[in-house]
Write a protein that binds this ligand. Structure first.
Ligand SMILES: Cc1cc2nc3c(=O)[nH]c(=O)nc-3n(C[C@H](O)[C@H](O)[C@H](O)COP(=O)(O)OP(=O)(O)OC[C@H]3O[C@@H](n4cnc5c(N)ncnc54)[C@H](O)[C@@H]3O)c2cc1C
Length: 445
């Protein structure tokens, strides 16, 4: 579900990152962001805002006005963001320029920075079932309910899906990374594949380089880690004491669970002709955040049939799962547990796609162990989630770290998870590093 590939405004950061290296990816507009299948609620989030409000209003007729007020408030956040060039909030000159050029937007954002979605939702909405729906609207990308989801992030997601829209990159999501690497190489960059960094090298407490698993050493004036903070400070900098700022952050944020993923190749005949790409299935509200609770489904071949052979669909289903549930197993036990878990997910999906279990022609199962191994993420985590009620977005760290010369980027920095969010983090980090290296003349800050 790709945000940030829109053509207008300033929040289309994937489009902008690609353009920065002379690239563009062709994308297919998704007319429906999500088809929800929740207890007592079946509804589509249409790309068209009014159509979405009308469909939600039909489920909760007594709340029509409050629904509009709630989502309109999210639009206000989005409009504030979507006027501004989005760069490093750690750069005082940039901040001063934004305040000078967009005083109303900056004030609007500053006022809402500490707020969570839950507080705003309760201001406008009353039906407990509807408030649970808002929890799911947040959970499905922030992996926490509305009370722990910052309003600023929700302003982006709840509005951009109707503005730039959700767009599927032709050829699959990997085409974004491929286009970026091609562009980076064309502008003189180098990429070292299969080069696992095992250590960030320091001298007198300052980050000066990295060592890879093959023993190669790379030195640089600035080091940027795209590994999670837990990996960066717990493993790559393991000879250094954990900085106080990181200890404080770890007290406020914990690792979210990982996922159990099921990749299926299926006979296309069992799906309706215009099947929606993204579905969310939950049978019991109590299980929303539980392991194996919410079931996410993507069928990208509904938007780009070229991804599978003729007459076949790809179906990716995934649900939260903890690494601890997959540890301490003998290889044969691991295989059995994987197969049982996959069969249970397919059985659940029969309620949406009758006949699915008979239509499976290819089945691959990934567990939190796969996420840890192939993505290099501590415990296979999806990313940081607040331990308690957060101060909106104020607790998420920016790109500079307590170790001089070392920056972090990606989903354990402001503003968090999601491709468009980590693209923001990338822009912000590049801006901060260039400013620190003296490459930006003061007028351009
Ligand atoms: C199942 C699932 C579905 C998702 N669906 C969506 C979606 O639909 N839309 C969306 O916007 N977001 C989605 N996300 C979230 C999104 O994928 C992440 O938020 C985003 O990829 C995080 O980007 P990142 O750069 O911070 O980390 P990563 O994507 O994890 O990238 C980090 C990179 O660093 C490399 N690396 C790590 N350690 C080392 C090391 N020591 N040496 C060398 N390289 C290293 C890794 O191999 C990896 O390539 C989904 C996530 C999951 C798990």
């Amino acid at each position: 579900m790709i945000f940030g590939l829109g053509q207008q405004g300033t929040t289309n950061l994937l489009t902008r990152a690609l353009a920065a290296v002379g690239q563009h990816v062709e994308a297919v507009p998704d007319p429906v962001q999500i088809h929800y299948h929740l207890p007592g609620i079946s509804l589509r989030v249409h790309r068209d805002y009014e159509q979405f409000l009308a469909e939600l209003g039909r489920c909760f007729p007594q709340e029509r006005q409050g629904i509009r007020r709630f989502y309109d408030e999210c639009w206000q956040v989005f409009h504030c963001l979507n006027r501004m060039e989005l760069l490093s909030l750690e750069a005082p000159r940039y901040l001063a320029r934004m305040v000078w050029q967009h005083p109303g937007s900056c004030l609007g954002l500053a006022r809402r920075l500490p707020l969570t979605v839950g507080a705003i939702a309760r201001r406008h909405l009353h039906d407990p079932e509807l408030l649970r729906f808002i929890d799911m609207e947040c959970y499905c990308w922030s992996v926490v309910p509305a009370d722990r989801t910052p309003l600023i992030n929700a302003g982006m997601v709840f509005s951009d899906r109707h503005y730039g829209g959700v767009n599927y990159p032709k050829g699959g999501v990997g085409s974004i990374a491929q286009a970026l690497t091609q562009g980076l190489i064309q502008v003189g960059g180098q990429i070292r594949y299969r080069s696992r960094v095992t250590e960030i090298l320091t001298e007198a407490g300052r980050a000066v380089g990295v060592r890879t698993a093959s023993g190669e050493v790379y030195r640089a004036r600035r080091i940027i880690s795209n590994a999670t903070r837990w990996d960066t400070f717990g493993s790559l900098l393991r000879h250094q004491p954990l900085p106080a700022a990181e200890r404080r952050w770890q007290r406020r944020y914990q690792k979210s669970p990982s996922f159990l993923s099921l990749h299926l190749g299926i006979d296309a005949d069992i799906l309706p002709a215009n099947v929606d790409c993204h579905h969310i299935l939950l049978e019991d509200w109590q299980a929303m955040a539980a392991s194996g609770g919410t079931l996410f489904v993507s069928i990208p071949t509904g938007l780009d049939p070229s991804l599978a052979p003729p007459g076949r669909h790809i179906l990716h289903a995934f649900t939260p799962s903890w690494l601890s549930q997959w540890q301490g197993l003998a290889p044969s036990e691991y295989q059995v547990q994987k197969t049982q878990a996959a069969d249970a997910l397919i059985a659940r999906l029969e309620s949406l796609f009758p006949g699915l279990s008979q239509a499976v022609e290819l089945k691959e199962i990934g567990t939190p162990r796969s996420h840890r191994r192939f993505l290099g993420r501590c415990d296979g985590t999806y990313g940081p989630i607040p331990r308690g009620k957060p101060w909106g977005l104020l607790g998420m760290p920016f790109n500079r770290t307590a170790v001089p010369g070392l920056y972090c980027v990606g989903d354990s920095t402001f503003p968090g998870q999601g491709l468009n969010a980590v693209a923001f983090s990338g822009f912000a980090c590049a801006h901060r590093v260039l400013a620190d290296l003296g490459y930006l003349v003061p007028t351009s800050l």
